[in-house]
Design a protein around this ligand. Structure first.
Ligand code: BES
Ligand code: MN
Ligand code: MN
Length: 463
């Protein structure tokens, strides 16, 4: 069964690429929630069509309301009741594309350069969703069956913190019951180094709105007496962290559970050059953060607070001598195991209130919150993946945490009680969320074979 599928994967590369390029032309930015923007729906319909074409069953598109983006589910459950069932997760929505002038080719005009496919969503996560589809297709088209039972749950609002999927999961936990969950939405630590994620950071997203005077004022007429909302916001933001990046919210680090000695030892063995990371990968003059901890620990196992964007006043062409009446910032915090999102959010609100200068008013809106998660790697479903990586990449798997967040992953663990495998085939230079996002094509093709090998390996287990 596997051998025939593998021949299919190897001879179908051009077709897979052509289909993926069509998928990537759909500008499915989930942050756009205007009712007349149907591109996320079009991406969902594209996925539905693919699932039907490759021979999956019970393919369904779910819309909860016009204000939420759709989910897609499907299954194929004829491998036998003695075979495990794997639930597959990926998302077909993407991040916004700005600053668009920095893209070498249009974000929704996929282009291959130097063996990489450039487009928004190529890496995160449409390319990886496609890996799942083509792995399934290989078995279904050559043998008419799969080695394991498969359930599919793909979503269209991961990138905008949508809650449709979490509600759907809780309401349909029996229908989604599985022996393992495969989340294909992370990447490889380095080229040729298969990687399984052992944890994700959690995330709180908040908006800080600051109001000074009732309206904008002439900065000459009132400067020296009138409060400035942009200045007030800046004072709040700088109060949140020390110059080296330590978060000043009292108790912020108190609940943090440190990584295990084993984790720290294995991270210390990973190839890493701090200078190269700073200069080449980031192109930055210097790193920030507490030097007592390694960069890996700072990125994966310590909490952070970042200002993601600031708005207020006039910073456009030319100049406007104004004292802005209002200003706002998006601030997010990455959480690690031990931290309670409710408590951190409440502490944040209280701290902003405390550091707000008396000449302005501030208000905090908590937009979304999700806890961190760690996964237990001592189970046969993780081993089946490591074996598949070994077969296709001829390399041992490394186990690392991820600094990013996939909010639904913790829900899979909690609601389904099944082991969650978080992995993927993107490379560190894939530019996710940034201009010139790309997917390495060799990894795309190897990814299809690896996921296929994983299904074959799980098919040899008993449920
Ligand atoms: N695929 C990423 C998460 C990720 C990032 C995994 C880096 C591995 C490495 C996911 O699509 C993502 O971007 N998540 C958001 C969460 C959000 C917008 C609610 C994140 O981490 O900011
Ligand atoms: Mn993603
Ligand atoms: Mn993302």
């Amino acid at each position: 069964m596997f051998a025939n599928a593998r021949a299919y994967w190897q001879s179908g590369k051009d077709k897979f690429l052509a289909d993926l390029m069509k998928f990537l032309q759909i500008p499915s930015i989930s942050a756009n929630r205007e009712l007349d923007d149907i591109s996320v729906m079009q991406a969902a319909q594209f996925v539905v069509k693919q699932l039907n074409e490759i021979g999956m069953q019970n393919v369904k598109l779910h819309t909860a309301s016009l204000l939420e983006h759709p989910l897609v589910t499907a299954d194929w459950l004829h491998a036998g009741s003695d075979k495990p069932t794997v639930l597959l997760y990926a998302h077909f929505d993407v991040q916004p594309v700005d600053p668009v002038h920095l893209w070498k080719s249009g974000p929704f005009r996929p282009e291959v350069r130097d063996g990489k496919l450039f487009a928004r969503g190529a890496a995160d996560d449409k390319g990886q969703l496609f890996i799942l589809l083509k792995a399934l297709e290989g078995f279904l088209k050559t043998s008419g069956k799969l080695p394991v039972n498969i359930k599919v749950l793909f979503e269209g609002e991961e990138e905008s913190g949508g809650e449709h999927i979490a509600r759907y999961l809780k309401a349909n936990s029996a229908a989604l019951k599985a022996d393992a969950v495969l989340v294909l939405d992370s990447g490889m630590y380095a080229p040729g180094m298969p990687t399984i994620a052992t944890g994700l950071r959690g995330l709180i997203c908040a908006k800080v709105n600051v109001q000074g005077a009732a309206g904008d004022l002439h900065s000459g007429e009132h400067g020296g007496a009138a409060p400035n909302a942009a200045q007030g916001l800046a004072e709040i933001l700088t109060a949140l962290k020390t110059p080296t990046g330590r978060v000043r919210i009292p108790g912020f680090y108190k609940q943090v559970i440190a990584p295990t000695k084993l984790e720290l030892a294995s991270w210390a063995k990973l190839p890493f050059d701090e200078e190269q990371y700073c200069r080449q990968e980031l192109g930055a003059p210097a790193l920030i953060g507490d030097k007592r901890y390694s960069v890996a620990r700072r990125r994966w196992a310590l909490p952070t607070l970042e200002v993601n964007g600031i708005a207020g006043g006039y910073a456009g062409e030319g100049f406007k001598t104004v004292i802005p009446a209002s200003a706002s910032a998006n601030v997010s915090m990455r959480l690690v195991p031990g931290m309670d999102p409710e408590k951190v959010a409440a502490d944040f609100v209280a701290f902003v209130k405390r550091v707000t200068p008396p000449h302005v008013r501030s208000e905090v809106e908590i937009i979304s919150q999700a806890p961190a998660m760690v996964v237990d790697t001592a189970n046969p479903y993780i081993q089946a993946a490591a074996d598949a990586f070994k077969q296709i990449f001829n390399a041992e798997t490394v186990y690392v945490r991820v600094g990013g967040s996939i909010p639904i992953a913790a829900d899979f663990q909690a609601v389904l009680g099944a082991p969650v495998l978080i992995t993927g085939f993107t490379l560190p230079d894939c530019n996710l969320h940034a201009p010139n996002e790309n997917l390495d094509l060799a990894n795309f093709y190897a990814g299809i074979e690896t996921i296929g090998a994983y299904f074959a390996n799980v098919g040899k287990m008993r449920s």
